[in-house]
Design a protein around this ligand. Structure first.
Ligand SMILES: Cc1ncc(COP(=O)(O)O)c(C=O)c1O
Length: 380
């Protein structure tokens, strides 16, 4: 089946580009001798993680417990949840799955509060399972994590050391400031500052005999900005790089042809101002990036054309997209269009399968086993 024969809307993945993106980042990690533990919130697919693993990835990073479970079921043996957990039931559920699986899973949980540590301690004790702890450090993004000077770092580190089931293994951060960077050089500076802050905390802890093995960082722009600015880290956790999207493109880190994901849609109606397509917020998400006034770039179904062939998806309702008409770019009702989404990770979470393409031919569909896992589907 060819692209134009597919029923819409659907999520297209270009196999060749996916493989190139996987290899590109693995090469960056290898060059600096860093472990790569991709964040699977981007693709949510054990099938695709298998490709990352074959290239050299050592395990997965996930956010939510239920996102990680399908990967554990397919044999993944190293899991980091880079997201604080302060409700023990969630960890109990994860540990039940781990205990039911055939293999030993090396589990790392991230902590930035006493409550978080108490929850992990209680869950580890209940399941009689060893857990590695990564302390989350806030390097300026102000989302999760402790300020590098916060005395709680020491308190949590000492309490972790005192626990029979826990082992403090690393310091972890996610520097979301890279998404707002002005240039590749700016991202490099953010990387350097981020790693410096983590190494300072490591030094303070090691001075009082608390060893820190891992310095874990990871955002796709940070990693793409180049291996030399990652010195001092031991682990990378980018996620978005496997597909890419508008963000690294607008940051000038990639070109359009390095974006592996797109949404195929069909024009279902039109008026003076807009082509109306069958893809809205329920497939593309309403995510907008800084400085980007629209929800996606729109091209003919068969290629990402040049700027002058580009339309913009300027409005969306749930099931409809409004593609703004431009002179000299003419389509008709029934035509198929291909959209580069602003944020690929959210698109994957909304869908249940990818259409994997080789050139313009459908190879197969790939289930998104962990899609829609952001709301505790397995709790009942
Ligand atoms: C804790 C953590 N690690 C890694 C990542 C991966 O970053 P990116 O989406 O830029 O690849 C994220 C993304 O939000 C994250 O929150």
């Amino acid at each position: 089946m060819k692209i134009n024969d597919l029923e819409t809307p659907c999520i297209l993945l270009d196999k060749d580009v996916v493989i190139k993106n996987i290899n590109r980042v693995q090469k960056i990690a290898n060059k600096q001798n860093l472990n790569l533990k991709p964040h699977i919130k981007t693709h949510k697919s054990p099938f695709l993680f298998n490709w990352q693993q074959q290239a050299g990835a050592i395990g997965i990073t996930a956010s939510k417990v239920d996102e990680a479970i399908p990967f554990i079921k397919t044999g993944v043996t190293s899991v980091t949840l880079a997201y604080p957990i302060v409700d023990q039931r969630k960890l109990d559920r994860l540990l039940r799955h781990i205990n039911q699986s055939d293999q030993q899973v090396s589990l790392t949980i991230c902590v930035d509060s006493i409550l978080g540590l108490e929850v992990v301690t209680a869950a580890a004790m209940k399941a009689n399972y060893p857990i590695f702890i990564n302390l989350i450090i806030d390097v300026g993004y102000e989302r999760c994590g402790l300020d590098p000077k916060d005395p709680l770092i020491l308190e949590i580190a000492q309490k972790t050391q005192a626990s029979k089931y826990l082992q403090l293994s690393g310091l972890l951060t996610h520097n979301g400031l890279t998404y707002g960077a002005k240039s590749k050089k700016h991202i490099g500076k953010l990387n350097t500052s981020e790693i410096k802050q983590l190494l300072k905390v490591k030094k303070l802890l090691e001075e009082i005999n608390i060893p820190i093995a891992d310095i874990s960082i990871g955002s796709t722009p940070g990693v793409l900005s180049g291996a030399q600015t990652l010195t001092g880290a031991t682990e990378l956790r980018p996620g978005n790089y496997i597909f890419m999207d508008r963000t690294p493109f607008e940051l000038g880190l990639i070109n359009k042809n390095q974006i592996a994901i797109s949404v195929l849609s069909q024009i279902i109606s039109e008026n003076n101002h807009y082509y109306i397509i069958d893809a809205g917020k329920k497939i593309l998400s309403s995510d907008r990036r800084k400085n980007v006034e629209d929800y996606g770039l729109v091209y003919p179904y068969n290629k990402f054309g040049k700027r002058k062939k580009e339309l913009r998806l300027v409005k969306m309702s749930e099931e409809h997209g409004f593609v703004k008409k431009e002179k000299n770019i003419v389509y008709k009702i029934g035509d198929k269009l291909r959209i580069i989404p602003n944020h690929s990770c959210v698109v994957a979470n909304l869908a249940s399968a990818y259409c994997l393409l080789e050139g313009d031919t459908l190879l197969r569909t790939i289930p998104i086993a962990a899609s829609k896992t952001s709301h505790g589907i397995n709790q009942f």
